[in-house]
Design a protein around this ligand. Structure first.
Ligand code: PNS
Length: 175
């Protein structure tokens, strides 16, 4: 039987347990899943560098034997072709996601009719979780420890400490 390689693209700033839930579902139905971090997102300045996001995703997806983490730029269909992938995995949490996801899937189909988009739903407990909300709640000292992988929580703590030090007029590491 033909082996199916899929791409799970996104900004992942930062990765959440919702993303990982989707990775675990995707890893079950595809032979290989490439988690692909978009390098130059139009969403504005990210909190984490591409390298940091790749590191966090690599650590969190280590338990899966058929998942790799890469970065991409430009059109997703071009990256998928380079990777030899025949499917794109995307998560749909609520009806509000649907319109954007539908448009993206249709545009990708227009650009490459051989590339299929597969939608999966995360576990109910993650349906409200987004990277944007995680960053917002964390900045205001909310507890998000059950919603992100341990390394992401650790990295968020470092970011907050570095930001606090900058605000206080200190350079981190200075004595
Ligand atoms: O997690 P996100 O930020 O919603 O992911 C969006 C992403 C990376 C999947 C999307 O922006 C994308 O595929 N960008 C690459 C550019 C592209 O191919 N655009 C045409 C498809 S609409």
């Amino acid at each position: 039987m033909q082996s199916v390689r899929a791409i799970y693209p996104g900004t992942f700033d930062p990765p959440t347990n919702g993303h990982l839930d989707l990775v675990s579902r995707g890893a079950k139905i595809f032979d290989h899943l490439v988690v692909a971090v978009l390098r130059n997102s139009s969403k504005g300045a990210p909190l984490f560098t591409t390298g940091e996001r790749v590191e966090m995703l690599a650590e969190a997806t280590r338990p899966f034997g058929n998942v790799s983490v890469k970065t991409f730029d430009g059109l997703l269909v071009d990256f998928a072709r380079t990777e030899g992938a025949s499917a794109v995995l995307r998560g749909i949490r609520a009806i509000s996601d649907y319109e954007y996801e539908f448009q993206m899937a249709m545009m990708n189909r227009k650009l490459d009719s051989a590339l299929e988009t597969v939608f999966m739903m995360p576990a109910e407990k993650y349906t409200y979780v987004s990277s944007r909300l995680i960053k917002g709640v964390y900045q205001l000292n909310g507890d998000i420890s059950e919603l992100v992988p341990p390394l992401v929580l650790e990295r968020l703590q470092h970011k907050r400490a570095a930001q606090a030090a900058t605000v206080a007029g200190q350079v981190p590491g200075d004595v």
